[in-house]
Design a protein around this ligand. Structure first.
Ligand code: FES
Length: 98
């Protein structure tokens, strides 16, 4: 079974993968604190570094293209309210707000 590992200031949280839900929604559901406000790709409080498993995620959204610099996206930064796991596989994400 694939695992989603969320790394926060509290430590590591290992959850079962659930497809087609945002990382902010999954964190909330599993009571993991993952800062967020707008859930529309505007505030960037949910800024996330994709550590492992980018190939199992949805394509970068237009909201992420507008909000994050190209260099940040190249380093693997995305927005937790936009990321969804779309295929089974191990994914590790770290919460990295500004
Ligand atoms: S919650 Fe505001 S950009 Fe993700």
């Amino acid at each position: 079974m694939s695992q989603l590992t969320l790394v926060t200031r509290d430590g590591r949280h290992v959850l079962p993968v659930e497809l087609n839900q945002t990382v902010v929604a999954l964190a909330k559901k599993n009571k993991v604190v993952w800062g967020h406000a707008c859930q529309r790709g505007v505030c960037a409080q949910c800024r996330t570094l994709v550590v492992e498993g980018a190939e199992y995620l949805n394509e970068v959204t237009n909201e992420e293209k507008l909000r994050l610099r190209k260099a940040e996206r190249a380093e693997g930064y995305r927005l937790g309210c936009q990321i969804q796991i779309v295929r089974e596989g191990d994914v590790q994400l770290a919460h990295r707000p500004y």
